[in-house]
Ligand binder design. Structure first.
Ligand SMILES: Nc1ncnc2c1ncn2[C@@H]1O[C@H](COP(=O)(O)OP(=O)(O)OP(=O)(O)O)[C@@H](O)[C@H]1O
Ligand SMILES: [Mg+2]
Length: 439
């Protein structure tokens, strides 16, 4: 309640439909219902009263006429009764030698019928309204006259008819517009799905611009953007692959020349640098070769993890993994295997044992790789993802890493719309790398 008072619009918003279809339908429906309610209220409040008054006046007039006639010429009473019964729908009965001892009951006082009777009948009268009939009793000279008339005469049907007609036609038109609206929103929904798939590196071969001009334009802009992004990506990878490839030849030449030089501490240092450069280039080339071309396909993730474990660089390091039932996912299988392998290789390289586990959640599948190595300091979590970045130069020299593993792994995770999150492993003391893949 407090929240409602402080932020009335926000609170109302929480109850409004979230989807475009729901909102459009509401925009269409709200004025319709509002106009109908206002017109029914304004028009019928007035009209209803007038109609009821007129109907009551009719009945009162008839009753008054018969009563007057009876008072004036009581000997012709049979004739009036006949006329009233056939033409006025008034059944009349005469109760002789009685006086009226009741007045109008409290609940009917000052109703339309009471006012009408009061203004037209100058004798004492009373009436009661039963389920089907109205019974009006008036006093005449030597007794009472009792009139019975159907209650329906006091009610107007037009109000209910109006409401029924208006509601029924509105409901019908609403159904028709809902169908059309649904069709209008469909292309937008398709565009959203295509954009989401693109974000996860999946293709939508059947997607094409359709629907209204605006949605078509957005769809076309999306397709253009997608093409441009893909072109840029392949261009960049191709260019870098070209550079790496071109550098390989002079590097090989340098290696040969160094081998022919007399051994000294300088040539040894140079040789190490050249070796390292060669490794970097190889690393980059393997990365550039595989990327960009692979299409997504439905893949058994369990099998992929097992393959990645089998293909690790250090088979002597123990990897613990208990396979569990995992959903089939549309992924770039080779790329994802490489990503997993890079993480497992890191864990195996820097730790003594490796633990791989999976946890499927409703929105994403998380694969966790943990080790019992030295781990990474928290303030370096961001930096280690940079290409050719290594934590500790001397340590890495010995282990022989290039510094591309994590960058490549994260690139692959991103191309699937996912990410790699680093933390320290609570159970094993080393690094914990979580690869999150959305479905
Ligand atoms: N499991 C780990 N435990 C400790 N340090 C790690 C771990 N994984 C990565 N690192 C640190 O992060 C740095 C970057 O890792 P990355 O995988 O990118 O490169 P690399 O393993 O050195 O080389 P390569 O390109 O061969 O994988 C590593 O040099 C290492 O210092
Ligand atoms: Mg590595």
């Amino acid at each position: 309640m407090k929240h409602f008072l402080n932020h009335p619009f926000k609170a109302i918003k929480a109850y409004l439909p979230k989807s475009m279809f729901g909102r459009s339908l509401l925009i269409l429906m709200a004025p319709l219902v509002l106009v109908e309610t206002i017109s029914a209220y304004v028009f019928f409040d007035n009209h209803w009263e007038n109609v009821t008054k007129a109907l009551a006046n009719n009945i009162a007039g008839e009753v008054a006429t018969i009563t007057e006639l009876y008072n004036a010429i009581p000997e012709d009473s049979h004739f009036f009764k006949g006329v009233a019964g056939t033409h006025l729908k008034l059944r009349t009965a005469f109760i002789p030698h009685k006086k009226l001892n009741k007045s109008v009951p409290e609940e009917w006082k000052d109703t339309a019928l009471d006012s009408a009777l009061k203004s037209q009948i100058f004798n004492p009268y009373t009436f009661k309204i039963k389920q089907k009939d109205i019974i009006i009793t008036t006093e005449v000279e030597n007794g009472l006259l009792q009139f019975t008339t159907p209650r329906k005469r006091l009610q107007s049907k037009s109000f209910f008819l109006f409401i029924i007609w208006v509601s029924a036609t509105s409901a019908l038109f609403l159904c028709i517009s809902a169908v059309f609206l649904h069709n209008q929103v469909k292309p937008l929904r398709r565009l959203a799905i295509a954009a989401e798939r693109f974000g996860k590196g999946r293709t939508s071969p059947h997607f094409k611009p359709e629907g209204s001009t605006e949605i078509r334009k957005v769809s076309q802009a999306f397709l253009n953007m997608k093409e441009r992004l893909q072109r840029q990506l392949t261009q960049k990878t191709e260019m870098l692959a070209g550079v790496s490839h071109d550098l390989r030849t002079p590097l090989t030449r340098m290696r040969l020349q160094l081998a022919m030089m007399p051994l000294s501490s300088e040539t040894e240092g140079l040789q190490k640098d050249v070796e390292e450069m060669g490794k970097m280039l190889e690393g980059y080339l393997t990365f550039a070769r595989g990327e960009g071309l692979e299409e997504t396909s439905d893949t058994d993730i369990n099998g992929l993890i097992l393959e990645a474990i089998k293909g690790r660089m250090h088979p002597e390091v123990n990897v613990h993994y208990t396979p569990q039932e995992l959903p089939v996912l549309g992924v770039k299988a080779q790329a994802l295997k490489r990503c997993l392998m890079n993480l497992i290789n890191n864990a195996a390289r820097y730790g003594h044992e490796v633990w791989v586990s999976t946890s499927p959640a409703p929105e994403a599948l998380t694969m966790v790789i943990e080790d019992d190595g030295p781990g990474i300091p928290e303030d370096k979590f961001a930096e280690v993802f940079q290409p050719f970045f290594r934590l500790d130069g001397s340590r890495n020299m010995a282990t022989g890493g290039v510094g591309l593993g994590l960058s490549i792994a994260r690139d692959i995770a991103h191309s699937h719309g996912g990410d790699i999150i680093l933390s320290s492993s609570k159970d094993h003391g080393g690094l914990k790398a979580s690869l999150v893949l959305p479905y």
